[in-house]
Design a protein. Sequence first.
Length: 344
Amino acid sequence: MSKRTSRWFALVAAACSLTIGSSAIAADTASAVNTLPTEIPAGTVLRIGDPETQTALKLSGLIDKLPFKVEWANISGGPLTIEAFRANALDVGAVADIPPIHATWTGLDVRIVAAQLRKDPIQHPIYQLGIAPGVDVRSIGDLKGKRIAFSPGQAQGALVLRVLQAAGLAKTDVTLVEIPSKGDTYPVALANHQVDVAPISGVLIKHYLRQYGADGATTIPHGLRDDPSDLYTPKSVLDDPAKAAALGAYVHYWALASKWVEDHPQEWIKGYYVATQGLNAEDGQYLVDAEGLIDIPTRWDEVIVRQQATIDLLSKELNKPAFKAEGLFDRRFETIAGRALDAS
């Protein structure tokens, strides 16, 4: 065993002493109180759908330190990740907080193994509400009677429901137009007046305003926290000790890669946004500025409380069964990412 891998085992062993308190639901107690395996047998493979981290690991050189083999999949977003899990083609995926909820409702037994947020999320939101040209919406209080793009299985859909809740509106006060969010689907729907309002993110915000602003297109802030980002995995993967140990190692290096991106913005712009996403350096800088700084919590208590509120809202509005958010989180992984940053 190499010194590097031995050091990784020591870090994970320290992190795995946590157990869940009595508030954990019984269904998840067995997996929570057991320590996370740390032995990664030779030849262990993880199939990972996390393109951004893949690039960050390559650019930083951290990819050479992974103590397991990787089969990278160019898969991101909730629907594709769920499909890959169902096909037994993926072991872990990077998504927002909504896909694990919908995976559970479709009968997939999944667990969240890492959580990342943004510092000052109100000033650095992921989404803004795009307003179609000529539509008079200046705040979320103006949404009544409007046609709003809605994707129930994605983060954008949950955000719409949160915004309506914050505005004191019911679903019946607006028209929800079900359109899956993929690529520039929402900006195009706005420009073509298929909808009046749609949540848009990233460089699409900039491009939408640049392309249609002269026609009266606008965006408004929604004023809510929309920043949760998770790694999640099927429970069956965690039942494999070798893969569970490898996942612990991946969470460790995932955190280090996230911090590297934050500390090396110009390398990230050039190596990811320009080289792999086809953006120019100006767009890359726009995204770096918009994203702000990462926040990787060392405790998940507040994350779980917010997840529960989301489950309760979606359950009510989408007529789905409510369940305990605690059961979505494998707290054996809870401190790994934070400790990785502390030790770096």
